[in-house]
Every structure is written in C-alpha cells, then in structure tokens.
Design a protein around this ligand. Structure first.
Ligand code: ZN
Length: 454
C-alpha cells in the first residue's frame, strides 16, 4: 500500500506576501496570477474552486481521496463524503478585505439554491484565524456602551444614522447596556439590528457627504474620536482611531465601512494569537499574514470595503447581533497531549499547542521546534491532516517515507498514520534562530480519551 504522505502543490490567488512566498514553494504551474489583488491566498485542501495536487503524480487530492477513502478515514467519509471537511489557507492582507459574514448551514443552502453564482456552496463556513505576523481586523459588534459613545461624539456618524434613529437606539439600550437578562439582551439586539440596518441602507450620496466630513475631522482634529472614559474603547486612543479612518478611506474612499468601524470591535492579534468566528458573525480583516481554517466552503455575504457583489439585505438579516468585548472572541490555545517531544525539543522549550474551536470539522496544531534535532512525534488519528511549514527547515516522516520540509512546503498526511516532524536546521546562522514552525490542520470526529480518565 502507498505510504499516506503526499507533498502538495496548492492553488493561490494574488501576488507578493507570505502566501505568495509559500506558494512559490508549493503552487501549481497553472495558477492564475492576479497581481493587482490587494491580498494573496494559498488554498490547501479539496475545495473544487482551487484543489491541491499531489506534486509527484499531479493528481488532485480530491481525486486521490475519492479513489482511496482510507486516506480520509471511514468515520470522516461517512459524515462528510470523500473530501476534506476543512479548507486550510494562508492569507496575506495588504488592504482591508470586505465586511462580511458567512452563512449558517440552512441559510447557505437557501442562498446557494437561489443564487449559485454568488453563493457557490451549500455549506456553512465557521472560520478560525491564527496570526503569523501582527494582524488587525474588525470582529463582532462592540459593547453597546461604546456604540452609544461614538453616536454621541462622532458627528458625521450621527448625521448619517439620523438623529431620530440614534435617539431611539439610546432610549432602548441606555442603562441596560451590560444587562445579562436574556429578555433585555434580545431587546437590545433588536435595537442594534434596527440602527445597523438603517446605517447600511444609507444612500450613497449621504455616505459620501458624511465620509468627507469624517475624514476631515480625522485629519484635522483626531481628538474628536476620544475614547469613552468608562470603557476600553478600541483602538485605545483617539489618534489611532483617526489614523485608521484616514487609512481605510485611502483604500476605499467614501465607503460605508468607515462608519461600520464605529459599530465593530477593532482587534489586534499578536503572532500565535487566534480568534474563532461562528456562522453569521460579522468581520473584516484589515492587515497581516494569517493561517485560516474553515469548513470547506466559499460562501461570503459582503456589504462594504469591496468592489465585489454586495448583499446588504441578506447581511443585515443574517447577523447574530451579539455584542461583546473582543476578548470573548479570542481563543486560548491548549496543550496537546498526543504529541511526544524528544530531549532536544524539551530542552529547547519547543512546543505543540492546540487551537480547538467548538465545531467538529477542524482543529489546528502549531508546532515550534526550537533547535536542530528537536523532534515531535504525533500519534495516529482516525482522520486526515494537512501540514504547512511557515518558518525554518526540517523533515517529515510517515512510515518508511521521509520528505524534506522548507518554508511554504505543504503535505497531506492520511488517516491512521503516525507522523514525525523534526528540525534539521539550515547549517548556517545561529542555532537559537533556527526555529522550525509548522501548522497542522486535522479532523477527527471521536476525540482522543483525555489522560487520567477526564
Ligand atoms: Zn471571513
């Protein structure tokens, strides 16, 4: 039987950036370069829009796993069919990506049936983001106190929303911003839906007039954006927020997104930090290089910062309207007990950490092997994995097969196979700089028994 370790060639979109650099090591010859795109994506998986190929045979991974279901494992095949349940990506963002949300399963089916051109999948798309370089984005609605604060202090925002709508909103939520009472929370969400929907429906000429005023204020009197004295409004100081307004307006002049900014949490992730987005959570990525993992789907409902198809009506209807501080959306990585480190790995402080979102399609492991000779052995799991190297040099071994690994190399590891990853170093430079970093996305339906019977 064939050893279940394949080096993959992956499709990519766009140029320049970490994703493009990795793609140069992994991309197929026939990918289409769209150099004018402000971002780049490397896709790793079996999604039909950009399926990965086995480098050696040039067969698509989709074709290979359909031919040999043991590569995916019987449990996964039964649940998801003969394809990967997840799509793994590297995404490099130079310019803000559209304000968007991804539909839940039921809505995805409806949208796909109605409009298959704009909604190519009938699947939901929860997604997880792990920063490789410093990342910034917008994610979820701000706590209501912050939104009220901006409605009262940022005049062009209040003008655009309308005095009446702003007053109505304030009347309902003032005093109950932080209430946990489910009935009150529902009432507040309805108020948020009403004011956000009316904002999103603003006519373009009103947006333009308000945007000009907003940008002038940001340039001339950034203190207009002073943060609320009683909450940690992000970004934490007025000049950062003013800078963001000016920068985003440079990318998307007079866009409704400039005002959406005051409704959404502004989040920064340091390398290694992660966040998880449920279906129907609103978000927009602003800058940085990230690893993304998502249920295998390409459905996006967009409504700002985009030249693409916008669907404001669907977006404003579908959103969860959950409002919370950003910390609640960030994920803490956990220790992963099913990888064994050798002595060189232990003594160099190497680590394997698990990002485990509350869905079953995927989890991701980040492995840092801090010096040459450091090695991690991953127990066999009953599902498939994809491994990408983002830094350093090493090798990967499955059974009798060993392959060299460099930055940007991507591998598929079949179900049921033990996998060993080792730092081999470059033979140049200081040893302490020779960290070897890989990310491994995987799916297993029955999670391992936790040790000690927990
Ligand atoms: Zn997204």
């Amino acid at each position: 039987m064939q050893v279940p370790l394949l080096r993959l060639q992956c499709g990519k979109i766009g140029q320049q950036s970490a994703a493009a650099k990795y793609a140069a090591a992994s991309a197929s010859a026939d990918f289409s370069i769209e150099a004018d795109r402000p971002y780049a994506e490397l896709w790793m998986g079996t999604h039909p829009s950009l399926p990965s190929k086995d480098l050696e045979t040039q067969r698509t991974l989709l074709d290979l796993v359909q031919d040999n279901q043991a590569l995916i494992g019987s449990e996964i095949t039964q649940r998801y069919g003969s394809k990967l349940p997840f799509l793994f990506k590297v995404l490099s963002i130079k310019k803000a990506l559209s304000i968007q949300a991804h539909p839940n399963k039921k809505l995805a089916e409806e949208l796909h049936a109605k409009d298959p051109r704009n909604y190519p999948d009938d699947n939901h798309k929860p997604e997880m983001t792990i920063a490789i370089t410093p990342f910034e984005g917008l994610c979820g609605f701000r706590p209501l106190g912050e939104i009220l604060h901006f409605l009262n202090t940022v005049k062009p925002l209040r003008t655009l929303v309308g005095n009446q709508a702003a007053n109505d909103f304030e009347q309902i939520v003032k005093g109950s911003e932080d209430s946990q009472d489910p009935a009150v929370v529902e009432k507040n969400k309805d108020a948020l839906r009403a004011i956000f929907t009316s904002l999103m429906q603003s006519p373009q000429e009103s947006i333009e007039a308000a945007a000009k005023e907003l940008v002038a204020e940001a340039e001339n009197s950034p203190s207009t954006f002073a943060v609320s004295p009683d909450s940690e409004t992000n970004p934490a100081n007025a000049s950062d927020l003013a800078e963001l307004v000016v920068r985003l307006n440079g990318q998307f002049p007079n866009d409704i997104g400039l005002f959406v900014l005051f409704f959404l949490n502004y989040v920064k992730l340091a390398p290694g930090e992660a966040m998880f987005l449920k279906a129907d959570d609103i978000h927009a990525y602003i800058s940085g290089d990230i690893i993304e993992c998502m249920a295998s789907s390409d459905n996006v409902v967009r409504a700002g910062f985009t030249p693409k198809f916008k669907d404001v009506a669907t977006l404003t209807q579908m959103l969860t309207y959950s409002y919370a501080p950003i910390d609640e959306q960030k994920m803490e990585p956990a220790e992963y007990p099913y990888a064994t480190l050798n002595m060189a790995a232990w003594t160099s402080g190497s680590s394997v950490v698990l990002y485990d979102p509350p869905i079953e399609e995927f989890s991701v492991l980040k492995t840092d092997l801090n010096q040459p000779g450091a090695k991690a052995t991953f127990e066999a799991i009953p599902g498939p994995s994809i491994v990408i190297c983002t830094r350093g040099r090493g090798k990967i071994t499955v059974g009798p097969k060993t392959e060299e690994v460099r930055e940007g190399y991507v591998f598929f590891v079949g179900a049921g196979a033990e996998c060993i990853i080792e730092n081999t170093g470059s033979g140049e430079g200081e040893e302490e700089e020779e960290v070897f970093t890989t990310f491994k996305a995987f799916c297993e339906l029955e999670s391992h028994e936790l040790p000690n019977g927990h």
